[in-house]
Design a protein around this ligand. Structure first.
Ligand SMILES: [Zn+2]
Ligand SMILES: [Zn+2]
Length: 127
């Protein structure tokens, strides 16, 4: 396997293994196996995955994060530890979002929903 495709594979693997990582987090993970990889290469490979429809970009808490799950879903965003949990976005909730657009006379396209939460661990450690 060429260096280029090995690095591409390492980026895709890191994206799967990490939890909605930033490009820098992917870079740190890939660098452990591919010490010569550059941040620009990581960006290029992440952008290629997004272009191929194998990942999407979500902006959460002011950060650009990569998400290998491309089916429509919502995020539970813990404001304590910044972790994102994927939850399905469907059923009555999706229906009412569609209705919101409808009632405004607009055509629904998609919904990127972030629900802010405190995960059990953060809830426990918060004063
Ligand atoms: Zn948390
Ligand atoms: Zn997600």
């Amino acid at each position: 396997m060429s260096l280029r495709s090995r690095q591409g594979r390492a980026v895709a693997d890191a994206l799967q293994a990490l939890d909605h990582p930033t490009a820098d987090e992917v870079f740190q993970a890939v660098r452990r196996h591919e010490p010569k990889v550059g941040l620009a290469t990581v960006y290029r490979n992440l952008d290629a995955l997004v272009e191929r429809g194998a990942a999407q970009v979500r902006h959460v808490g002011g950060q650009r994060r990569y998400d290998p799950m491309t089916a429509r879903h919502a995020h539970l965003h813990c404001t304590g530890c910044d972790r994102l949990t994927d939850v399905p976005l469907e059923g009555p909730l999706l229906d009412s979002l569609r209705r919101l657009a409808d009632e405004a006379g607009m055509e629904f396209e998609d919904a990127l929903l972030e629900v802010r939460v405190l995960c059990p661990r953060c809830k426990e450690t918060r004063p």
